[in-house]
Design a protein around this ligand. Structure first.
Ligand SMILES: Nc1ncnc2c1ncn2[C@@H]1O[C@H](COP(=O)(O)OP(=O)(O)OP(=O)(O)O)[C@@H](O)[C@H]1O
Length: 617
């Protein structure tokens, strides 16, 4: 977007805050004017007092002195009183000046954060597959902060600069408009330099932010993989690797800092040029008698007042360019198309939960960034081919097949974590793409193979899908114990020091793989869905516990539609129908007994597994 376009965006954001920014900037005006006038009245009071006692005439070039005010006690008291009023006014106005700009800048960033969060919550799985969490994290933190700096201090410094420059120029032009024009000769150069350097600042800051995102991602990777790094004694390699990234980031920051350090001295140099021009032309004026010495000195004195705004100009341009660069990065994130959304006039799923899949062929379109940061290419061929089956409401389908055959992909497609092609998946006769995502995902719940534990208690992690239970902890506790028993997790949780109040996640207890899987089952049961998909979520559980859970799951699945995915025969053998998926295609279907009677993959694996069980016994 162009500079003008970005400026409009900033104005739009500022407008969302109503009168607050104008009030803040007006207060800034009061502060500035009071600050400039207060010393004038102070000087006047001193001179009036001196004149009153010595009888000398007033010779201060102040507006009131110029008005020919005669020194007497009343005027002295008035001058002192005005000085005091201005001081009080300046200090009172400082509060709205800061509050009416700082608070809205925080509120706008809160809006931006919400926009980012809403967008991220609505993004599809395939977008997450190709995105790096370091990028997202640095946009949500560092870039949002840069926008806040633009809308808070940036706006205040820019307004301050503008006001001070206008005030000084006004006073200069009162003294001599000809000399004021001469003072302004370097302005085109200032604009040129500002333009050039501000573009550099924009580009280099964007580069720094992109690099910061990269470094955040690398740091995240290292910490996520710390067990592997320590387990393989790769600390020295990782330290060197990270030092490399850090050095690169330092270099980029240095390049950015150079712009600023070049900016301010250059602007100050331009001010020096203005001063030199005033000395030359003003000096000539004094020599020729067209300008009084007093005016000349006052002029030089006022010009030095511009050095503050020059620094302010450099600073605000820098804050604006950084804010702009960050705004672009935020927009880039939030304007990525949402791949999976509600169709126009989407219906609410409300049937008994009959599922039908018809000639489903599905392929991944995006490469996937794995946990360790490596990129896995999307398979060239579809991972599911021409899949058809039907599960009447209340019945259970077993999905059986080797590792990598496409079973989890099927589970994801049924909940629209990835979108199936239109006309291939139906819930109670409705294409799932025509149902609202909320109602579909309330009705069809997936307990995944690998689950995520939030940094919260065991109880909260289990009831996370049920607002009613979160709000009523007493009822919630009963339900938590009930489902934990069904998932065979209760006895172990009871042995935790804080029971169901034990903290999990990053700063809490790390559950074993089997415990996590059972928590995932408990979480899914609590959601009380009509269709429950269990994606191989007993793979890390020992066979004795598996039998006990499978027994309980019969009760859980009673009256629900079930889809039990596994590569263990025991987990699927009780299903009303079993399909065998190999290399993305259904190769066998039937009941357990029918499949055992066929001489196929199912019977072979069943024999292997029962032999392994016999050996183990
Ligand atoms: N998000 C993804 N992006 C790209 N490819 C993927 C993605 N998820 C899975 N795949 C690939 O799709 C194929 C099928 O994987 P899927 O996880 O569906 O198999 P699975 O039968 O569930 O295996 P497992 O029992 O190991 O979970 C694999 O080749 C896998 O690498």
């Amino acid at each position: 977007m162009s500079l003008l376009g970005d400026f409009r965006r900033v104005v739009e954001l500022v407008k969302t805050q109503g009168w607050r920014y104008p009030v803040g900037i007006a207060s800034l005006g009061v502060v500035n004017i009071s600050d400039v006038l207060a010393p004038v009245f102070m000087a006047l009071a001193v001179e009036l007092t001196q004149a009153e006692f010595t009888g000398d005439p007033v010779n201060t070039p102040t507006p009131l002195a110029l008005l020919g005010i005669t020194p007497d006690t009343f005027t002295i008291i008035t001058a002192v009183a005005v000085f005091l009023v201005l001081q009080v006014l300046a200090n009172i106005a400082r509060y709205p000046m800061l509050m009416q700009v700082a608070v809205p800048s925080h509120e706008i960033t809160q809006l931006i954060r919400r926009r980012i969060a809403n967008h991220l919550l609505a993004q599809s799985q395939s977008w997450y597959d190709k995105s790096r969490s370091g990028d997202i994290m640095s946009i949500a933190t560092s870039d949002v902060q840069a926008v806040r700096m633009m809308l808070g201090p940036g706006v205040l410094i820019a307004a301050d600069t503008l006001l001070l420059v206008s005030l000084v120029l006004l006073m200069l032009s009162i003294l001599s408009w000809e000399l004021t024009l001469i003072t302004l000769i370097p302005v085109p150069f200032i604009l040129l330099i500002t333009n050039k350097l501000s573009h550099l600042e924009f580009d280099r800051f964007k580069d720094v932010q992109e690099d910061l995102a990269d470094m955040t991602e690398r740091a995240r990777e290292s910490y996520a993989g710390i067990r592997i790094i320590q387990g393989y004694a790769r600390e020295v390699y990782d330290r060197r690797r990270f030092a490399g990234f850090s050095e690169r980031h330092f270099g980029k920051n240095l390049r950015l800092a150079r712009v600023r350090s070049f900016f301010e001295p250059t602007l100050d140099l331009m001010l020096g040029v203005s001063t030199a021009l005033v000395v030359i032309f003003g000096g000539i004026g004094v020599a020729k008698g067209t300008m009084t010495l007093g005016t000349f000195v006052a002029f030089l004195f006022l010009i030095r007042y511009l050095s503050g705004p020059m620094i302010g100009l450099g600073w605000s341009v820098s804050l604006f360019q950084r804010g702009r660069a960050s705004m672009h990065r935020i927009d880039e994130l939030c304007e990525t198309e949402l791949e999976i959304t509600n169709a126009p006039n989407a219906k609410t799923a409300a049937g008994p939960g009959g599922l039908k899949v018809q000639n489903l062929t599905f392929r991944y379109t995006a490469d996937r960034v794995l946990e360790d940061g490596t990129v896995q290419k999307a398979p060239k061929h579809p991972v599911l081919r021409d899949i058809s089956f039907e599960i009447p409401a209340g019945k259970t389908l077993g999905v059986f097949g080797p590792v990598g055959s496409g079973k989890s992909s099927l589970a994801c497609v049924l909940t629209r974590l990835y979108d199936p092609p239109a006309g291939t998946v139906f819930l109670d006769g409705e294409d799932i793409r025509e149902l609202t995502l909320e109602s579909l995902r309330e009705m069809v719940v997936l307990a995944p193979q690998e689950t995520f534990l939030f940094s919260s208690t065991v109880a909260r992690n289990i009831v996370m899908t049920r607002d009613d239970l979160i709000e009523r902890p007493d009822q919630g506790q009963e339900e938590v114990v009930r489902v934990a028993r069904l998932a065979h997790l209760h006895d172990e949780v009871e042995h935790f020091e804080d029971g169901y109040q034990t903290m999990l996640g990053e700063r809490g207890v790390n559950l074993s793989g089997g415990q996590r899987q059972r928590l995932a089952i408990a979480r899914a049961i609590t959601a009380d869905p009509k269709v429950l998909i269990l994606d191989d979520c007993l793979s890390a559980v020992d066979t004795k516990t598996e039998s006990a859970i499978l027994q309980n799951l019969r009760t859980v699945l009673d009256g629900r539609t079930g889809l039990v995915i596994s590569h263990r025969v025991r987990a699927v053998q009780d299903a009303d129908e079993i399909i065998v998926i190999e290399d993305g295609q259904i190769t066998q279907r039937g009941t357990h007994d029918e499949l055992l009677a066929q001489n196929g993959y199912y019977a072979r694996i069943a024999a292997e597994q029962s032999q392994a069980k016999g050996e183990a016994a």
